[in-house]
Design a protein around this ligand. Structure first.
Ligand SMILES: CC(=O)N[C@H]1[C@@H](OP(=O)(O)O)O[C@H](CO)[C@@H](O)[C@@H]1O
Ligand SMILES: [Mg+2]
Length: 549
């Protein structure tokens, strides 16, 4: 056992025992997520890994976020953020999983082995920054994390209660503060200032119409939004003045987090949250529990609910950014693409390809996959249908946008807005607040009402359901199909294909969830009654399939 911290790791591990008989934990789509009561030893092990990761990356700061996002209040979770604000490099996930499943009495050995395998030099200083959402269990979990950081001689900063994207911002800002182009000031205030200044520039000639009401899922988004509003222009300001109503902000009642509200509730049920006023054409948005997702929606006359989901935000952003790039005379220089998952509504994909004539890529579920593909383009717009996404501007694109020499007042105008957008958009990860400001800028500049935005294309009727199965690991998709085809259980895909063929423009796929103990079934077709019938039949098929062995 060579690592100089191994003894301290062993001693501290005794206070964070792994309950016997606990199910194996897996670092999944969004880190570890489970009932908060089980998480203490897991978070301790994540602290150890954060220290190793920071040392491996020459002392750059690593972020640790304690959140379970849209899950119920009793759950919690933990995820690691890499130095530039993206998710933990995939090749390290297996180390996270191994450490999380190690009994406390073997922890020091497992830690030293990981350090050795990963070639970590324990003399390099480690630096970790921490934040948590509003869940009551978060505080004690931060204590477990800090125990690991102290045991490994790491420096740390605990930023308290923040949104997930704020922690991503701080991680990147910390690691770029000495660069030629720092990401921003290393403070939460710096985050608000960066966003508000970019918003004011982008809105310099425009004022949004009407008001915007934001359902904050009774979570941390309410804290961030209220603070941010202090940095916004006054409501009557002709440059960007906007009346924002904050709804579902009961962070004093932790048990109502995500309860009948929030982006996940709205998207999966295709219905408005509790507290919705139902006034026709009022503009509403919902965040999720850690404010990295946002969706818009409104009621048409007759109480018809119209959802403007992540696909809509992606198409709106791609349209607008492409127009700006053209107007700025940079069209030849900058290639733009949209990245989606199989859950994207087929009508949105068709619209991007046929009307916008832009390239669409489809990746497996989970933002880390979308982010990775989007980063290959000069400008990569990526969104999951559930509202999680952002726009990435490559270094090359940022340089060209910064250095371009406008040849006309119109080019200068477009460039000014484009430059503002590279600051307004949180390029580390999906960010409800930043994405919402982006949407507001676009709607105001294009003079779109929500009705006009919704009219750009018509969604295919669709539904997403969860089916409980004895063991979700019986379900596996064919690699390279972006999870659209099953290879396990054997023969099931053929049966699904036969079923789906019966419905006009039917599409349906089944995959195991990476965050819940269930399989998900997504379906869409030309007619809503066909979608319901198709999903009922596929659900039945899953229920009668004998357990694989
Ligand atoms: C269909 C769907 O919305 N799946 C969500 C959900 O993943 P699953 O692996 O499907 O459970 O949670 C992920 C983390 O928040 C999110 O990235 C993803 O989009
Ligand atoms: Mg979230």
């Amino acid at each position: 056992m060579s690592d100089q911290y191994a003894d301290a790791v062993a001693a501290a591990a005794k206070s964070h025992p792994r309950p016997s008989g606990a199910k194996p934990f897996v670092y999944g789509t969004a880190g570890f997520r489970m009932n908060a009561d089980l998480l203490d030893p897991v978070v301790y092990s994540v602290g150890l890994l954060a220290a190793l990761r920071s040392r491996k990356l020459k002392g750059q700061a690593i972020g640790v976020m304690i959140t379970a996002s849209h899950n119920p209040a009793k759950d919690n979770g933990v995820k690691l953020v890499d130095p530039y604000g993206d998710m933990l490099e995939q090749s390290w996930e297996s180390y996270a999983t191994t450490l999380a499943n190690t009994p406390s009495e073997e922890m020091a050995e497992a830690y030293a082995k990981a350090a050795k395998d990963l070639g970590v030099d324990s003399d390099i200083p480690a630096n970790v920054i921490i934040a948590r959402d509003t869940r009551p269990s978060g505080k004690a979990l931060v204590d477990a994390l800090v125990d690991a950081l102290k045991a490994t001689g790491s420096q740390y900063t605990d930023y308290g209660v923040l949104t997930t994207p704020q922690l991503h911002y701080l991680t990147r800002a910390t690691n770029t503060q000495n660069d030629a182009h720092p990401y921003g000031e290393v403070s939460v205030e710096g985050y608000y200032k960066k966003l508000s200044e970019a918003y004011k520039t982008a809105m310099r000639h425009d004022k949004p119409t009407g008001s915007l009401t934001v359902d904050c899922a009774n979570g941390v988004g309410a804290v961030a939004l209220k603070e941010f509003l202090k940095y916004m222009p006054k409501e009557d300001d002709l440059s960007g003045g906007l009346k924002v109503n904050v709804a579902n902000d009961r962070i004093d009642k932790p048990e109502v987090l995500n309860e009948k509200c929030g982006a996940d509730f709205v998207k999966s049920g295709q219905r408005a949250p509790e507290g919705f006023n139902g006034k026709p054409f009022d503009r509403w948005a919902s965040y999720d529990g850690d404010a990295d997702r946002v969706l818009y929606y409104f009621h048409e006359e007759g109480s018809i609910f119209r959802l403007l989901d992540g696909d809509r935000i992606a198409t709106l952003a791609a349209t607008f950014i492409r127009e700006l790039v053209q107007k700025a005379g940079l069209e030849e220089d900058l290639q733009l693409a949209v990245v989606q998952t199989a859950y994207a509504n087929g009508a949105s994909t068709k619209y991007i390809e046929d009307v916008l004539k832009l390239k669409v890529e489809c990746t497996p579920t989970g933002v880390k996959h979308l982010h990775h593909v989007a980063s290959r383009y000069d400008i990569g717009v990526y969104f999951e249908a559930n509202g999680h996404g952002t726009v990435l501007f490559s270094q090359n694109a940022q340089r060209k946008i910064r250095k371009a020499d406008p040849q006309s007042p119109a080019e200068l105008e477009a460039l000014t807005t484009l430059r503002a957008l590279t600051e307004l958009i949180n390029q580390t990860v999906g960010d409800a607040l930043s994405d919402m400001l982006l949407v507001e800028v676009i709607l105001a500049q294009k003079e779109y009402t929500v009705k006009e935005w919704a009219a750009t294309y018509e969604d295919m009727p669709n539904r997403l359901i969860k089916v409980l199965v004895p063991d979700k690991s019986d379900y596996a998709t064919v690699p390279g199909t972006a999870e659209r085809k099953l290879e396990k259980p054997a023969g099931m895909q053929d049966k699904i294909d036969v079923l789906v063929e019966k419905y006009r423009n039917g599409r349906c796929f089944v995959r195991a969830s990476g965050t819940e103990d269930a399989v998900r079934v997504y379906g869409e077709a030309s007619a809503a009654y066909d979608v319901d019938d198709m999903l009922r039949n596929v659900e039945q098929l899953i229920k009668v399939t004998p357990k694989a062995n």
